[in-house]
Design a protein around this ligand. Structure first.
Ligand SMILES: C[S@@+](CC[C@H](N)C(=O)[O-])C[C@H]1O[C@@H](n2cnc3c(N)ncnc32)[C@H](O)[C@@H]1O
Length: 239
């Protein structure tokens, strides 16, 4: 895949500022920004974009977009597992006024306690970062396959872009559906698409050569990025 929307900046510094945890894989920063840029280019109104990550985990995807991608007014994260949502709140808190300074102070304290210069470097990075915008954000628990729960979690928000790094079976796996219904990319796309406006764009990333889509659906774009594949779809195709 050729990068059209995200330059080759050194994003390692941002990784050090974000809060993560073992066993919680995240998308590379540059790929996140690129996929959002591509999704946005398919929107009729690319200047006031609401983004939803229905598998938000530690909220890294959303926080990266809030810090680096323009035109975003709101970020919403939901996940079937409540465990990572505290991390998501901490990461998204970086977008609030004073959030990056508070994180820098935390990293300075870690540097002093553990005598590790890497923490001091990350603190300096946190102080140097200037978020491109100040989108409103929220996170909540919802199984993406449960339309009623996701509608309730979205409240009055109407996402324009969905960006989801799907569970891929090694470090993260699909939460079992309450009613024993099938899980996986196809079921996910159908369920998520059904709660969106037809013009919204859904981006799903999976490990492997391709992301399976429901029968009859014609993607806007299909991409291969190393060991990952991504698909961009118009929500109306999923109705
Ligand atoms: C690869 S991780 C996503 C990481 C996330 N984008 C981030 O920035 O931290 C996949 C996530 O999907 C969640 N998940 C699994 N099954 C789900 C389901 N049915 N509905 C919603 N989330 C689900 C997992 O709990 C996990 O947090």
């Amino acid at each position: 895949m050729q990068y059209r929307h995200a330059g080759p900046a050194d994003h390692g510094a941002l990784d050090a500022v974000l809060v993560s945890a073992p066993g919680r894989p995240t998308l590379p920063v540059r790929l996140t920004v690129e996929l959002f840029g591509r999704a946005r280019s398919h929107l009729a109104r690319p200047d006031r974009v609401c983004v939803w990550d229905p598998c938000c985990g530690a909220g890294v995807t959303l926080t990266v977009l809030g810090l680096l991608a323009g035109g975003i007014t709101a970020l919403t994260g939901t996940d079937a597992d409540p465990a990572p949502l505290e991390l998501a709140r901490r990461n998204l808190g970086l977008l609030s006024a004073g959030g990056l300074d508070a994180r820098a102070a935390e990293l300075d304290a870690l540097a002093a306690r553990h005598g590790k210069p890497a923490y001091a470097g990350a603190a300096a990075q946190a102080r140097a970062l200037v978020p491109i915008g100040r989108p409103a954000w929220s996170v909540g628990v919802a199984d993406a396959l449960d339309r009623e729960r996701t509608r309730a979690a979205l409240r009055d928000r109407a996402p324009d872009v969905v960006l989801a790094d799907l569970p891929h079976g090694r470090q993260t796996s699909w939460a079992p559906a309450d009613d024993g219904a099938p899980t996986g990319p196809g079921a996910f796309l159908t369920a998520v698409g059904s709660v969106l406006d037809p013009g919204a764009v859904v981006v799903a990333v999976d490990r492997g050569r391709t992301v399976p889509v429901p029968p009859g659906v014609r993607p806007l774009e299909r991409l291969r990025i190393g060991h990952r594949a991504a698909v961009l779809l118009r929500a109306g195709q999923l109705h």
